[in-house]
Design a protein around this ligand. Structure first.
Ligand SMILES: [Zn+2]
Length: 404
């Protein structure tokens, strides 16, 4: 039976680090840092790691890969685009550690057959499916809204999904216009590398804007809109520009220079604004606002995923407990065309949450789950965990997951 240990990533927006024990192998799914500055997974007691899978090159999924030597230098699996982006984040792996995965289709991880597919969230970003033991699917961050997430997910009893947006159910089409309406001359849109930058540039250009873009976004545009002006330094920015710039959160990058620029640029953040980050300081100082731009699944997409994968156990990662509980408000009611869906509180079972002290005493406690009834009466259990206390949010394990 598969065993999942969440070293980090449950109970809120925290770095991804899940250990999946399946088919005799111990695979670490992502190894992130942040998004809150300095937030790193506590891997004490992790034991042997046979391989690391990196879903995409965002800091909260790869930022702690510098711990690789301490994990026994296992092989690391990711797409070439993800490996190539690590140096942009100040991260380095020796080439001999890197095992390339395709963007889509069958592949091998160690000696295990796996399937991967585009996650619709970041360029080079993929989900990972392992067919053993009823099937396990790790989605990392994912999105259906921009339209590049194909519906080819194989069936999996255990699905780790992305609850970053909690119960948000807006569509990107609506968000584009709201963002456009908030743009004024002299604004900067910082975006993660390999993420939404090219999409934002394309959609705003379609609405008549002519944003200036940094060299990283130029690369991500893959030849589209060559007429957009490129700027590499703050000195090249002109007063009144609308700038889309990759934000590596590193000193000296274009975004940091524009923050320090005396021309008092205004900023719009479209992603998570972490406490203690430069973005949070700008918002507090009245120099920045937040607008939504979907790069994570909406509430309705969680249902879609549960359906297409025929999941029996859905683990919502990177989101708040309350949001998981409130998902049901956005799900179609019994009798609707897409129904019937029902959610009820289930008997506490299967999920065991633990602090390190409890783990040492081998006395884990049970936490509640919710049950979602999908069409045809199929039951999918939603594991929310009782992870409201920071101390217990760090670790949660599932074991003994029945797969039939
Ligand atoms: Zn991401």
């Amino acid at each position: 039976m598969a065993v999942l240990t969440a070293f980090s990533g449950l109970g809120g927006k925290s770095p991804a680090a899940f250990l999946l024990e399946i088919a005799g192998r111990r695979i670490l799914l992502d190894l992130g840092e942040g998004p809150t500055p300095g937030q790193r997974p506590d891997l004490e007691g992790i034991g042997r790691v046979d391989a690391i899978f990196l879903s995409h090159a965002h800091i909260d999924h790869v930022g702690a890969i510098d711990l690789w030597p301490e994990l026994g230098r296992p092989p690391v699996y990711a797409t070439r685009a993800t490996f190539d982006a690590l140096p942009l984040l100040g991260l380095h792996l020796p080439p001999e550690a890197c095992r390339d995965l395709p963007l889509q289709g069958p592949a091998r991880l160690l000696d295990l057959p796996v399937t991967v597919g585009r996650n619709g969230h970041a360029m080079g970003g993929i989900w990972l499916h392992l067919p053993a033991e009823g099937g396990a699917l790790y989605m990392g961050d994912w999105s259906r809204d921009p339209g590049f997430c194909p519906s080819t997910h194989p069936p999996a009893d255990l699905v780790i999904t992305d609850l970053s947006y909690g119960e948000r159910d807006q569509t990107l089409v609506d968000q584009v216009q709201v963002l456009a309406d908030s743009i004024r001359p002299g604004m900067v849109l910082p975006v993660p590398i390999l993420g939404r930058g090219a999409d934002i540039a394309l959609r705003l250009s379609g609405l008549g804007f002519a944003p200036a873009i940094c060299p990283q976004i130029r690369t991500e545009m893959q030849g589209a809109l060559p007429e957009l002006r490129q700027i590499a330094t703050a000195a090249e920015a002109r007063a009144g520009d609308l700038i889309i710039a990759a934000d590596t959160e590193r000193p000296g990058d274009l975004v940091s220079c524009l923050i320090a620029d005396p021309r008092d640029w205004r900023f719009i953040f479209t992603g998570h604004v972490a406490p203690g980050s430069a973005a949070a300081e700008l918002v507090a100082a009245g120099r920045a606002t937040r607008q939504n731009w979907n790069v994570h699944p909406r509430a309705r997409d969680q249902i879609w995923l549960a359906e297409v994968t025929r999941a029996k156990h859905l683990i919502p990662a990177f989101g708040a407990l309350d949001a998981a509980l409130n998902l049901q408000r956005h799900w179609p009611r019994s009798g609707d065309r897409a129904g019937p869906y029902r959610q009820k509180k289930a008997e506490p079972m299967l999920v065991e949450e633990t602090t390190r002290e409890r783990a040492e005493n081998d006395a884990p406690i049970l936490v509640p789950v919710h049950e979602l009834t999908l069409p045809e009466g199929r039951i999918c259990r939603l594991y929310v965990g009782n992870l409201t206390e920071p101390k217990t949010a760090r670790r949660c394990w599932l074991r003994g997951l029945p797969h039939r």
